[in-house]
Design a protein around this ligand. Structure first.
Ligand code: MG
Length: 328
């Protein structure tokens, strides 16, 4: 692994799914072990995906099948972000959907017929066979007639077992160019999903790693928000991506297998300590009201709350020990 970043104090990790943990529904090597390793570090873990060809339930099922435990509150999808955006900004609109997948995730939205060139909003999801010249022209006529343009994500390509494919971001930019209508991007690289995931962990962006295979839409987008970016050399990654980018990722690892080691090095001491929590209650000489430093913070033990501190400090409780920096 490599990287110029020396950031420490990490408390959570946001993981892109496609190309980092899975290829389609197939797990990448060591993905399950890596996620287990991150959780053992005491880090909050969230999953962010721009995959729109599958429902959230299907994506979660693929992760679980791969041996990666995930509950619904840990998974953030571009489709869900798009649904929230449409409900807020276009609640009564008829949407023309271009997507290599269904519309199940766009909850409560009215879908226009595929040949309806009078829709109110054109929604561009993941690229696929349905993106025909005919279908794109229907979308173009909607836009020229005044429709809004919403891109579920900005990724220009993705990688399958059959090679690289054009993705929704490329089509959205083409429609922008042809129509003069600027797209609103709801998934990555827009801040929405990153910030929602950060909020769910309850940590500021500067305490989070974002791990992805897309230099621009995963890694640099997260770095723009103050997160620590980690590039994996799997999925859609190509070495030329780094040459084309205007900045460098904070860290680069070969694969998800290398992430626990990097995260451990960057983790906040308190989080790292959870790997092997000290046992016991009060250390030798510890008393309620003593001031201790733990995890870089000065804490005061109390009759009610002292046990929490004392249990974790018992190995290094300083009273009576020469030279310990812990008790002041
Ligand atoms: Mg990806």
């Amino acid at each position: 692994m490599s990287g110029p970043g020396t950031t420490s104090g990490i408390r959570g990790v946001l993981l892109d799914v496609e190309g980092v943990l899975l290829r389609g529904t197939t797990p990448l090597p060591s993905a399950a072990d890596a996620v287990t390793g991150l959780r053992r570090l005491g880090l909050g873990v969230r999953f962010l995906t721009d995959t729109t060809s599958q429902t959230s339930a299907r994506i979660a099922a693929s992760l679980i099948h791969a041996g990666i435990d995930v509950d619904g509150g840990e998974l953030f999808t571009a489709a869900a972000a798009t649904s929230a955006y449409l409900q807020e900004h276009h609640p009564d609109a008829r949407c023309l959907l271009l997507n290599d997948g269904g519309s199940e995730e766009l909850v409560g939205m009215r879908m226009a017929d595929p040949d309806d060139s009078t829709a109110d909003v054109v929604v561009v999801g993941g690229g696929g066979p349905s993106f025909s010249w005919k279908q794109l022209n229907v979308a173009l006529n909607c836009l020229l007639g005044g429709a809004a343009l919403v891109a579920m994500h900005g990724a220009p390509i993705w990688h399958t077992g059959d090679g690289y494919c054009l993705d929704g971001g490329s089509y959205a930019r083409m429609l922008e160019e042809a129509s003069g209508v600027t797209a609103v991007v709801t998934g990555k690289p827009a801040p929405n999903m990153f910030l929602a995931a950060a909020s769910s962990i309850g940590e500021p962006c500067g305490r989070l790693l974002m791990v992805g295979d897309d230099v621009v839409n995963d890694v640099l987008a997260a770095q723009d928000l103050g997160m620590v970016g980690v590039q994996v050399r799997t999925g859609k990654f190509r070495p030329t991506d780094l040459q084309r980018a205007d900045r460098r990722p904070d860290h680069i690892v070969d694969s998800i297998a290398d992430l626990p080691e990097l995260a451990s090095a960057l983790a906040e001491p308190r989080a790292a300590a959870r790997r092997d929590p000290p046992q016991g209650s009060f250390g030798p000489g510890g008393r309620p009201g003593d001031r201790v430093t733990y995890g870089g913070r000065i804490r005061r033990t109390t009759p009610k709350g002292g046990a929490w501190i004392d249990a974790r400090c018992s190995r290094r409780w300083a009273r009576g020990r020469q030279g310990s920096p812990l008790l002041r």
